[in-house]
Write a protein of this length. Structure first.
Length: 365
């Protein structure tokens, strides 16, 4: 007997996945969630009139958003779901608007060129013959969307790290490639005795300074201008170094260079923290980490790495005692830590305690 073929439903769902994203992105662009926030809801006719659109597209969009859990409907009135109210209304603490705008206006079209990126092994959102990396672009179209979107994700990564690692006793943290400063601000907010330095390109640290000032953290979080490849060394005087969604942007050889610079600059007994999306050791998933590797193909020269790869590179640099933990965050699924051996000196502080456990083969699943 011939075995029955599986249902094609999963393929259809995959094939139409962009329908859901464009529904969300269009609703956000039309300020649907902002207009509904703080109201008892609107009817289709009221919202159509408010936006100056016809009833037919208004009804289709509202129905689509309700089907995706973005809106709730009572009688004839639509209102924001708790998810939309929390993340899709400008001004909320974890506003996702920058991320949506970046994905829609910058990356949606770029993913249409994925086959080109696969065939050529080159990014498609910038000219790698003329620019060294995506991150050196000072185009306002990039800075106004990319860095805001990264700020949101880094905030969630920072919150996840507060439950995965314990930095009590750490005195000074260097966030290498720290972007807008979100990770440093979050970690310093959780550990009030720790100070931090956000190290990045000069135009990026200007963005970070605005966020630091807005958070009222100028006394504890500062910035340091630099280029971690061009500079001979990383800033010294820190007992924690963080690389959050940084190493996956670069080739293996580049990542090894950064980890060696980290080892040389880190205080004896200090802690290395690598956070991001790790693919499993079999390189079969998880899906978001695996697809992040394709996003790296489109935008960078890196890919999604395994925990064992990170641990191996850290060991080559001189770090010991690798430990990993799974985290649940929209900005990361894993964290790997390792330490620089402590010098035999009585003034060297002890290594900050960790909530993770030693494992023989670092792995994040």
């Amino acid at each position: 007997m011939t075995e029955a073929a599986p249902s094609p439903a999963p393929l259809f769902e995959l094939s139409t996945g962009y329908w859901a994203f464009k529904t969300l992105a269009t609703a956000y662009e039309l300020q649907l969630f902002a207009r509904l926030s703080g109201t008892p809801g609107m009817t289709c006719a009221e919202w159509a009139e408010r936006c100056g659109i016809d009833a037919r597209p208004a009804r289709a969009l509202l129905t689509g958003c309700a089907s995706l859990g973005l809106l709730e409907k009572t009688g004839e009135r639509y209102r924001n779901s708790p998810l939309s109210e929390a993340y899709l209304v400008p001004g909320k603490p974890h506003h996702f608007g920058g991320l949506l705008t970046m994905l829609d206006h910058r990356l949606y079209a770029a993913w249409g060129r994925l086959a080109e990126a696969v065939r050529t092994n080159r990014p498609v959102t910038w000219d790698s013959d003329r620019v060294r990396s995506l991150f050196e672009s000072q185009d306002p179209a990039v800075t106004d969307t990319f860095w805001e979107s990264m700020h949101t994700l880094s905030s969630f990564t920072g919150e996840a790290l507060t439950t995965a690692i314990d930095l009590k006793g750490a005195r000074s943290l260097l966030d290498v490639g720290g972007g807008s400063g979100a990770l440093a601000l979050t970690l310093c907010g959780h550990w009030p005795d720790m100070k931090a330095t956000v190290y990045d390109l000069p135009f990026v640290t200007r963005i970070a300074e605005d966020h630091i000032e807005a958070a009222g953290m100028s006394g504890r979080v500062r910035t340091a201008d630099g280029d971690f490849f061009a500079d001979a060394s990383l800033p010294e005087g820190h007992d924690v170094h963080t690389f959050s969604n940084v190493l996956h942007d670069w080739r293996e050889a580049d990542a090894k260079v950064l980890l060696k610079k980290s080892f040389d600059a880190l205080a004896p007994g200090g802690l290395l923290v690598i956070a991001g999306y790790f693919v499993n050791e079999e390189e079969t998933g998880p899906p978001l980490a695996a697809l992040m590797g394709l996003a790296q193909l489109i935008e960078t020269e890196g890919r999604s790495y395994t925990a064992s790869e990170y641990a191996g590179w850290a060991a080559e640099a001189g770090f010991v005692d690798p430990r990993t933990a799974c985290v649940e965050s929209v900005g990361a699924n894993g964290v790997l830590t390792a330490r620089k051996p402590a010098a035999e000196h009585p003034d060297v502080p002890p290594r900050p305690a960790m909530t993770t456990h030693p494992i023989e083969r670092p792995q994040v699943t």
